[in-house]
Write a protein of this length. Structure first.
Length: 186
């Protein structure tokens, strides 16, 4: 697993040293409300440390997941979110960004970088992402990148049971969209 970079972000592989910053930034209702109900709420004081040591880092070591911290290039010591790829059926990408950093296109940059990694470095043929239908910003991110809904179903989230959707894009669709965007200067 390697670090990734975008115009404005550094994506660094997660380490145990990231636990304090994640613990400080993550347990906020605006971040967790649409996430899978497996996330404990209220978030425990050792939630980030437990997640890193028992879930994320072991999965990374086994080659089943790839987790990066998001850091502004201008402030590389500041963790502002996390983005992940998972080798799970119908659940290949997850992400969160601190609310004060939202609305600037940073998550679009990060999602593009890891989607490229998924298709090019990991040579996967399809990316599937479940998300709550009520999570407007996440839905718009997928729409802007050419993804489509292939299924809808009820799912337990931190905020209760909600309609969720499974979004998909193939490698060929992703490459075509990226090539088109490059020609348009996007």
């Amino acid at each position: 697993m390697r670090p990734l970079e975008t115009d404005r972000l550094r994506l660094l592989p997660l380490t145990l040293a990231d636990a304090p910053a994640i613990q400080q930034r993550f347990p906020r209702w605006e971040i967790v409300r649409w996430m899978d109900a497996v996330i404990p709420w209220p978030y425990p004081d050792d939630g980030a440390l437990t997640y890193l040591s028992k879930v994320a880092l072991p999965a990374m070591a086994e080659g089943r997941a790839w987790h990066w911290s998001l850091r502004p290039r201008a402030e590389p010591q500041t963790l502002i979110g996390v983005i992940s790829l998972m080798d799970q059926e119908d659940n290949n990408r997850g992400l969160w960004l601190s609310p004060e950093w939202q609305g600037q296109g940073l998550m679009t940059e990060a999602a593009d970088a890891v989607t490229d990694f998924w298709f090019e470095d990991l040579d996967r043929s399809v990316l599937r992402i479940p998300k709550a239908a009520g999570n407007g910003p996440s839905r718009r991110l997928s729409e802007r990148r050419g993804m489509r809904v292939i299924a809808s179903f009820p799912k337990a989230t931190v905020s209760g049971e909600h309609l969720s959707e499974l979004w998909e894009i193939t490698r060929d669709e992703w490459r075509a969209a990226r090539s088109f965007g490059a020609h348009r200067g996007a």
